[in-house]
Design a binder for this molecule. Structure first.
Ligand code: NDP
Length: 240
């Protein structure tokens, strides 16, 4: 029977690429999003992948959302991809409390919220795959991103700890740390800054979403059953 995969932020950018790749690999895929229902409906029309709106930073919303997904998909979640994320960049000395809290809640608390809601069923089934999307900037830091880098580094600690807790339960927990990938998130970066960033990437280009979804496919597969607690960098060779 097909395994059920849930991708947060799965209707746009990297998440959309992951949802499509998992579907093509034979998973029953559900894609979550927050508020961009126009894009989500278009994604659904093009791919046939069911889409579900809720805010991953809110535990009660996640509870309702996961219940709805399980009901619609006819089972519990086998593969969870915690992909949803945002940026609110600012130098720390200018950062307001809301930019800090919003990024920590959306990028890090969400990983607790979502994983907490699927882990018990995975433990009962003795199978599960948790794949957390971190970032190169969670590994090396970035100017203007104390909030984002803290959240993405936090994901890596979470991944390692839960991997230890889950190792005897057939559940692997891994992170992917993408480098710069061409999506709406990075389209927002000014062109001159993009050029400077590109110059620091040994491959001299941004990555594409397929290069991240291929890594997700590997970690989700039964063949990756001995890989847990790792952070896989997919970044064109950026020095850390
Ligand atoms: P996009 O901005 O293109 O898409 C973000 C997705 O996350 C959207 O589907 C959005 O939903 C969803 N989302 C945002 N907030 C919430 C929320 N509160 N609840 C539910 N869904 C939410 O981002 P990318 O595809 O570029 O990034 C995906 C992930 O990869 C992020 O975690 C990001 O930090 C990480 N990453 C990205 C890199 C890059 O270069 N692009 C590099 C390294 C890491 P909606 O459509 O409704 O807005």
């Amino acid at each position: 029977m097909s395994k059920i995969a849930l991708v947060t932020g799965g209707t746009r950018g990297i998440g959309a690429g992951i949802s499509i790749a998992l579907k093509q690999a034979g998973y029953k895929v559900a894609a979550n999003y927050n508020s961009d229902s126009k894009t989500a409906e278009q994604f659904h029309a093009e791919t046939g992948i069911p889409v579900f709106s809720w805010d991953v930073s809110n535990y009660e919303s996640c509870e309702k959302g996961v219940a709805k997904v399980c009901e619609k998909m006819g089972g519990t979640i086998d593969v969870l991809v915690n992909n949803a994320g945002i940026t609110r960049d600012s130098m720390l000395h200018k950062m307001d409390v809301s930019a800090w809290n919003k990024v920590i809640c959306t990028n890090l608390n969400s990983v607790f919220n979502m994983t907490r809601l699927v882990i018990s069923a995975m433990r009962e089934k003795n199978f599960g795959r948790i794949i957390n999307i971190s970032s190169v900037n969670g590994l090396k830091g970035q100017v203007g991103q104390t909030n984002y880098s803290a959240a993405k580094a936090g994901i890596i600690g979470f991944t390692k700890a839960l991997a230890l807790e889950s190792a005897n339960k057939g559940i692997t927990v891994n992170a992917i740390a993408p480098g710069y990938i061409a999506t709406d998130m990075t389209n927002a970066i000014r062109d001159d800054i993009k050029e400077k960033i590109t110059a620091t990437i040994p491959m001299k280009r941004f990555g594409n979403v397929e290069e991240i979804s291929n890594a997700v496919l590997f970690l989700a597969d039964k063949k990756a059953s001995f890989v847990t607690g790792v952070t896989l960098s997919v970044n064109g060779g950026q020095y850390l």
